[in-house]
Design a protein around this ligand. Structure first.
Ligand SMILES: [Zn+2]
Length: 398
């Protein structure tokens, strides 16, 4: 905007605050106008913990229909999160089924608010009809249970991506969180699965896997892949769950996108260190008292430490990740993967729930991102990857 004041100080103050409110208004408008796709929202697992009607406003959690509408959210991927232990228990597939049933029940209860898309065309139709489209993504490939027919089964149920592993190495891939890495990347079955996912048009999600597994996926996949909820390791050295610069470059060269996770410990090295210190103290407390880490006393002690010592990331810290990735590979390879309802209370101030995407948009505007850039980041880039996967599958399905 132009500045008509002659007094420098007054001018600076007035203009910056006017600009701030203009950017805020424009951000609200763009959040409503542009398609917002979020790569990772943990509503189904939240609903497994206790009944809630997220079609109405809810006290708890980070997502419900009214807040999603306020934030301009159109298509949050519903994470079908299967805890690692379910593979050992032999119940991963049935557990994934029960999570999908939770999403289907949401849709059945509120057909005027929600729908599950089985294709990109479905998603467009649902969004045009004013619905919140809920694509499914399985977090942890355990439910495939070593049988490629199960990939077809879940694809037919509407699953659009699979995160190959979660917190432990599984029968498909090694995990970034696990010291035990039996496959040095992907298992032989995991390699077959990657090719079959390409053929079926189910996107490969490399969040959570080990670096070695990531590089093998990049070598094997004929189509672009996604990181549904990972951030830049540049800001969190040694945290393998985020992606280093070389990996981000390779992901982009393959046409894929990194969807930035908002969780404070993914965003800020300071926050990650505060979390690590809290965990160490909680571990030694449990050891000294001879208690299990899951005992009530240890949980209460950890909560107390968190209240006193946890360092939250800021919205600016989150924006730094967007800037960093843009400088490395350009805006075409960035998306959002908030991890809402998946990272508890650790979200940064200003990005606490699905009503707050406009704050992110405002931050991007203030950092000089164009409207076209923002449209790509909010959803355009993910649609491009989805389309490439869908088209490859159409061409290659026998
Ligand atoms: Zn996750």
């Amino acid at each position: 905007m132009k500045c008509y004041f002659l007094l420098g100080t007054l001018c600076a103050l007035t203009c910056s605050s006017v600009f701030a409110s203009e950017a805020g208004d424009l951000a609200q408008q763009l959040a409503q106008e542009y398609l917002i796709v979020d790569g990772h929202v943990d509503v189904p697992y939240r609903l497994m913990q206790g009944e809630e009607d997220v079609g109405l406003s809810t006290e708890k959690g980070d997502f419900d229909f009214p807040r999603a509408q306020k934030g301009g959210l159109n298509a949050p991927f519903m994470s079908i999160y299967v805890p690692a232990a379910k593979e050992d228990e032999g119940v991963a597939k049935s557990y994934a089924d029960s999570l999908i049933a939770k999403v289907e029940a949401m849709v059945a209860k509120h057909p005027d608010k929600f729908a599950i898309p089985k294709s990109l065309a479905d998603l467009q139709k649902q969004v045009d009809a004013g619905l919140i489209s809920l694509p499914l993504g399985i977090e942890n490939g355990a439910p495939i249970e070593g049988d490629l027919d199960n990939l077809k089964y879940f694809s037919d149920r509407g699953v659009k991506y699979i995160t190959l592993a979660h917190s432990k190495s599984n029968h498909i891939s090694d995990s970034s969180y696990d010291k035990n890495r039996p496959w040095e990347g992907l298992s032989a079955f995991g390699k077959r699965l990657v090719r079959e996912m390409n053929r079926r048009g189910v996107m490969i999600d490399i969040s959570h896997v080990s670096d070695a597994a990531f590089w093998q996926v990049i070598d094997l996949s004929a189509v672009p892949v996604i990181a549904s909820h990972s951030s830049a390791r540049h800001f969190t050295p040694g945290f393998e769950r985020n992606m280093n610069d070389e990996m981000i470059k390779a992901l982009a060269a393959n046409g894929g996108i990194i969807m930035v996770n908002f969780g404070s410990t993914f965003i800020s090295g300071e926050s990650l260190n505060s979390y690590r210190k809290i965990s160490e103290q909680a571990d030694s407390f449990a050891k000294k008292k001879g208690l299990s880490k899951n005992s009530q006393e240890v949980k209460e002690y950890t909560d107390k430490l968190s209240r006193e010592q946890f360092i939250y990331a800021s919205l600016d810290n989150v924006l730094d990740h967007f800037d960093h990735i843009r400088a490395l590979v350009g805006v075409e390879h960035i998306g959002i993967g908030s991890d809402f309802d998946g990272v508890g209370d650790s979200l940064p101030i200003g990005l606490k729930d699905v009503s707050q995407y406009p704050n992110l948009v405002e931050g991007l505007l203030k950092r000089g991102y164009s409207k076209q850039d923002i449209e790509k980041i909010l959803g355009g880039n993910l649609l491009r990857v989805w389309q490439a996967n869908e088209e490859y599958a159409k061409r290659n399905r026998g």
